[in-house]
Design a binder for this molecule. Structure first.
Ligand code: HEM
Length: 415
């Protein structure tokens, strides 16, 4: 994966612009205050604009209503997926393939690349992972050691949530299990390092590519029944995928599979720690789970994607320039009161819930079966073992930076 700068000035945005004072005209999705207060920020923007702009990152726009997010997501002619993580740079691999197919591919290639990934993520392939995920969750809970109710504090993000998706995706890809920390580092650099000087960002992409190439070589020598071998075998029009395509898709699965689900599990625990009635309902009512998982995904959707403006366009009065970013805050769409009744409330048994947590349009999440399974099993096991817990110190909770939102440190007291 590689990128080209759009700005010669390589100081970070923090140095150049400072903290955000005006979310309407100078927003920064990587300002630590953004994810901390994002629901209030979106509410304010929906009332004021509803499309915010910033000069940062070579220019970026932020629509905040369901209708606007949907319109951009469906308009693949004017908004390209060539780049989906808004940073100072622009990916230098052009559409339609892009650096991490299919998420960075535009039509018509997108459909070809997407079709290749559908079989391994179909429900039949994902369901058998349930037992392993359950065992993994129990091991993490066991590792919390002897618990003294009312006293023991554990970090639900660091000691629990983060381990689940990283372990599952590395098993699926057939990568060494001991490399969990490395994967988290790669994901952190890609998603949270959008403000890093470009040479540092480039170096982190190179480390990731080198790591994946070594895994591909290992699979070439020792083919096995896993996702990496599958990608190396699968063909387009009778031809195997290029190394760039295999590498890009693996980058995508690592990046898409880890922080997203970690964040969804963490945010759900953050909510449950503050809502004993919801915890009790989950512990007592098996039938509510299906609705509850969707509602937690709606209310705490972790993923904002980005698009690049394909050519200058006037979008609802906003003069968008080619190569500016448009952020797609699916989580803001999920909290739009014009689309959802009582959008700001978590209603565990919400019946009608056409949420956008997994995206809208042709790029809708391919891993949603796996994500739902991991989220449900992680919460089921936690609640079965510890039905009661609370935030140990609300001020000690820290949030990720950038487009994937979730708690990165979440101390809870087990009761
Ligand atoms: C709660 C967890 C997750 C959420 C909220 C989530 C959300 C999303 C969203 C919003 C998109 C649309 C991207 C766009 O429009 O540009 C997407 C795409 C995608 N996701 Fe997920 N995701 C999650 C977990 C996963 C997992 C576990 C995997 C697989 C390991 C995965 C694989 C993918 C892939 C391959 C795409 C690209 C699909 C395409 O471009 O056609 N996701 N995801």
């Amino acid at each position: 994966m590689s990128e080209q700068t759009v700005e010669p000035d390589e100081r970070s945005h923090a140095e150049r612009y400072g903290p955000v004072a005006d979310w309407t005209r100078d927003f920064d999705h990587a300002d630590p205050a953004y994810n901390r207060n994002v629901h209030a920020v979106w509410d304010g923007l929906r009332d004021e604009c509803p499309i915010a702009h910033t000069e940062r990152y070579g220019g970026a726009w932020l629509p905040t209503t369901h209708d606007l997010v949907r319109e951009v997501a469906y308009d693949t002619d004017r908004f390209s997926s060539r780049g989906v993580v808004a940073s100072l740079a622009r990916p230098d691999i052009p559409a339609p393939v892009g650096p991490a197919p299919p998420i960075t591919s535009d039509p018509p290639f997108h459909q070809i690349a997407r079709r290749l990934l559908l079989p391994p993520f179909a429900p039949k392939q994902i369901e058998p992972w349930e037992d392993e995920i359950r065992i993994l969750c129990r091991q993490r809970l066991d590792a919390m050691g002897d618990v003294e109710p009312g006293t023991t504090v554990v970090d639900a993000a660091l000691d629990y949530a983060q381990h689940i998706p990283v372990n599952v995706i590395s098993r699926m890809l057939g990568f060494p299990l001991g490399d969990d920390d490395l994967f988290r580092e790669f994901v952190h650099d890609t998603l949270e390092g959008v403000n890093l000087p470009l040479d540092e960002r480039e170096a982190s992409f190179e480390r990731l590519d080198t790591y994946i190439d070594a895994q591909v070589l290992d699979h070439e020598r020792n083919p096995r029944d896993d996702l990496t071998s599958y990608l190396m075998k699968v063909e387009i029009d009778g031809n195997p995928l290029s190394l760039e395509h295999v590498r890009g898709s693996i980058v995508l699965l690592l990046i898409a599979g880890i922080d997203t689900t970690w964040s969804a599990i963490g945010s759900s625990i953050w909510h449950l720690a503050q809502h004993p009635d919801d915890r009790r309902r989950l512990a007592e009512d098996d039938d509510v789970w299906t609705f509850a998982i969707e509602e937690l995904l709606r209310a705490y959707a972790p993923v904002t994607m980005a698009r690049l403006v394909a050519e200058d366009v006037d979008f609802h009065g906003c003069p968008m320039k080619a190569d500016e970013w448009v952020l797609l805050p699916f989580p803001a769409a999920n909290r739009d009161p014009a689309f959802f009744d009582r959008a700001d409330e978590v209603i565990l048994d919400r019946q009608e819930n056409r949420h956008a947590a997994f995206g809208l349009g042709i790029h809708r999440c391919l891993g949603s079966n796996l994500a739902r399974l991991e989220l449900r099993v992680a919460l089921e096991e936690l609640i079965a073992r510890f039905p009661n817990f609370e935030l140990a110190d609300p001020e000690a909770v820290t949030w990720s930076v950038g487009q994937i939102r979730g708690p990165r440190s979440l101390p809870i007291r087990l009761l």
